[in-house]
Design a protein around this ligand. Structure first.
Ligand SMILES: *[C@@H]1O[C@H](CO)[C@@H](O)[C@H](O)[C@H]1NC(C)=O
Ligand SMILES: *[C@@H]1O[C@H](CO)[C@@H](O)[C@H](O)[C@H]1NC(C)=O
Ligand SMILES: *[C@@H]1O[C@H](CO)[C@@H](O)[C@H](O)[C@H]1NC(C)=O
Ligand SMILES: *[C@@H]1O[C@H](CO)[C@@H](O)[C@H](O)[C@H]1NC(C)=O
Ligand SMILES: *[C@@H]1O[C@H](CO)[C@@H](O)[C@H](O)[C@H]1NC(C)=O
Ligand SMILES: *[C@@H]1O[C@H](CO)[C@@H](O)[C@H](O)[C@H]1NC(C)=O
Length: 380
C-alpha cells in the first residue's frame, strides 16, 4: 500500500537568514494580534494518514487501509479511532492550541456540525488520482466534500457577510504528497536519475495541489497551512528496502518537491489577493531528530515501535496477516516512528508545537499561531 507521507527541507544558511530577516520585517506591519476567542473561524483539514482522524473507517477498504484496531491509539484514546498513531495526531494538537475541540472526520455519520471545521484526511490519499484506488479519498474528492460543507455553512449562517468572514478567517491545513513521492518507486528505483526528471514529476503533482488550493480560495478560504513531505527514504518502510539508491532518490525527490511547493505558494500570494500561507518544513523537522535523537529525547529513529521484519519496516502493526507476526516495542516514548510509515504521538506533539509557534527553520513566513490570529478580509 502506498501509504503516504511527509515532508522536507533544505535551506542553506544564507537563504534562511535572508528569509528570517524578511519575515520579521513583514510581520511587524501585517499582523494585528486579534485574540482567538473573539473570532469565529473553522479549522479544515485535508490530506493523508498523517491527518486522518478516522475517515477511512467508513470507506470500503481493507484492514490494511485502516487503523481502527489495537494497538493504535494506545497512548491516548480509550478505543482506537482510526488515527494512524499511538495517540493524537497533528490536527488534534493544533486544534487544542487554537482553543478548539478535536475536528471529527467528515464521514462520521453522526456529525453534521461544521462550525468548528471538519477533517477530510484519509490514509493513503494521493494528490494524483492514479497513486491509489477507491480505498482512500483523493485530494479532489476531499475538495468535492468541502464544497458540500461550504454550502451548508453558508446556508446555516444565512448571511453572506458572516459566512465570508467565517471562511476567510478559517484555517485550511494540507498535509499530502508523501504517497505521491513514494508511489513511482514501486515500479522502479531507476527512475528520476536526474534532478530535472524529479522536478518535472514534482511540478506535475504540485500543479494539481495548486488547483486544489485555488478552489478553496475561490470558495472563500484565505489562510492556508501547508506541510511539505518528510525525508521519505528514512521511513522504516523505506529502510527495509535496503537499497541505498532508493533511499537517496526518494529523499532527493522529497526535497525537490518541498522546494517547488514553497515556490508555488509564493506565486499564489502574488496571484491571489489576500492569500496567506504557512509552509511547514517537515523534512527539516525529521532530519533534526534523525541526526541528533538524544537532543530531542528519542533513542530509536530508524526502527518503528510496531511492525515486523528489519526496522519493523513491514506494515502490519496490529495485524497478523503476513507471514511474520508483528512485534511491539517496550517504551513508545523512545521512538520517532510508531509504525513503518507513521510517527509517534511524541514526535507529532513536538512537531505541532513548532508548527504552532516555532522558528523559520520549521514554519514560515507565519507560524500557525500567527496564521490563526491574523485578521483576514474577504478580498476580491
Ligand atoms: C486497492 O488497494 C488495496 C489495498 O492496497 C489492494 O488490495 C487492491 O488490490 C487495490 N485495488 C486496485 C483495483 O488497485
Ligand atoms: C460500501 O459498500 C456498501 C455496500 O456495497 C455501499 O452501500 C456503500 O455505499 C459503500 N461505501 C462507500 C463509501 O463506497
Ligand atoms: C452514532 O450515534 C449513535 C447513537 O448515539 C451511536 O449508537 C453510534 O455508535 C454512533 N456512531 C458513530 C460512528 O459514532
Ligand atoms: C490534475 O487536475 C486536473 C484538473 O482538476 C485533473 O483533470 C487531472 O486529472 C489531474 N491530474 C492528475 C494526474 O491527477
Ligand atoms: C449580516 O450580518 C451583519 C452582522 O451581524 C449585519 O451587520 C448585516 O446587516 C447582515 N446582513 C444582512 C444582509 O442581513
Ligand atoms: C520511556 O522512555 C522515556 C523517554 O526515553 C523515559 O523518560 C521513560 O522513563 C521510559 N519509561 C520506562 C518505563 O522505561
Amino acid at each position: 500500500m502506498k501509504f503516504p507521507n511527509l515532508g522536507i527541507c533544505f535551506f542553506f544558511f544564507f537563504i534562511l537568514f535572508d528569509i528570517a530577516a524578511a519575515q520579521s520585517a513583514f510581520l511587524k506591519i501585517q499582523l494585528p494580534n486579534v485574540p482567538l476567542s473573539e473570532k469565529r473561524f473553522g479549522f479544515f483539514i485535508f490530506g493523508n494518514s498523517f491527518v486522518d482522524a478516522g475517515n477511512n473507517n467508513y470507506l470500503n477498504g481493507t484492514i490494511r487501509t485502516r487503523s481502527n484496531f489495537p494497538p493504535y491509539g494506545e497512548s491516548f484514546f480509550p478505543i482506537p479511532t482510526g488515527r494512524y498513531c499511538d495517540g493524537r495526531i497533528i490536527p488534534d494538537f493544533l486544534a487544542e492550541y487554537a482553543g478548539m475541540p478535536f475536528l471529527p472526520p467528515f464521514l462520521d455519520p453522526n456529525n453534521s456540525n461544521y462550525m468548528n471545521g471538519v477533517n477530510f484526511g484519509s490514509g493513503g490519499a494521493p494528490i494524483l488520482p492514479e497513486s491509489t484506488n477507491e480505498t482512500a479519498l483523493s485530494l479532489q474528492t476531499q475538495i468535492e466534500f468541502f464544497k458540500i460543507v461550504e454550502k451548508s455553512i453558508r446556508k446555516d449562517m444565512g448571511n453572506e457577510t458572516l459566512s465570508q468572514t467565517f471562511l476567510s478567517n478559517s484555517v485550511f491545513l494540507f498535509n499530502i504528497g508523501g504517497g505521491d513521492i513514494l508511489h513511482p518507486f514501486e515500479s522502479s528505483f531507476d527512475i528520476f536519475n536526474t534532478i530535472e526528471s524529479q522536478e518535472q514529476y514534482a511540478n506535475m503533482v504540485i500543479n494539481n495541489m495548486t488547483i486544489a488550493l485555488k478552489e478553496i480560495y475561490n470558495l472563500g478560504g484565505r489562510k492556508f497551512g501547508v506541510l511539505g513531505v518528510l525525508p521519505s527514504g528514512y521511513l522504516p518502510s523505506s529502510r527495509l528496502a535496503k537499497n541505498e539508491e532508493f533511499i537517496q532518490k526518494s529523499n532527493s525527490l522529497s526535497k525537490v518537491y518541498n522546494k517547488l511547493l514553497l515556490i508555488a505558494l509564493q506565486k499564489l500570494v502574488k496571484q491571489l489577493k489576500g492569500f496567506k500561507y504557512s509552509y511547514v518544513d517537515a523534512y527539516n523537522f525529521f532530519m533534526q531528530r534523525i541526526q541528533n535523537p538524544t537532543k530531542y529525547g528519542f533513542k530509536v529513529v530508524d526502527t518503528a515501535c510496531c511492525g515486523s521484519d528489519e526496522f519493523r519496516g513491514s506494515y502490519n502493526c496490529g495485524r497478523n496477516t503476513g507471514t511474520i507476526p508483528f512485534s511491539h516495542c517496550k517504551n513508545i516514548s523512545d521512538y520517532l516512528f510508531y509504525d513503518s510509515y507513521h510517527p509517534t504521538e511524541k514526535a507529532y506533539e513536538q512537531f505541532a508545537k513548532l508548527i504552532w509557534s516555532g522558528g523559520v527553520d520549521i514554519v514560515k513566513p507565519y507560524s500557525f499561531k500567527q496564521l490563526f490570529q491574523s485578521d483576514s478580509t474577504f478580498g476580491v
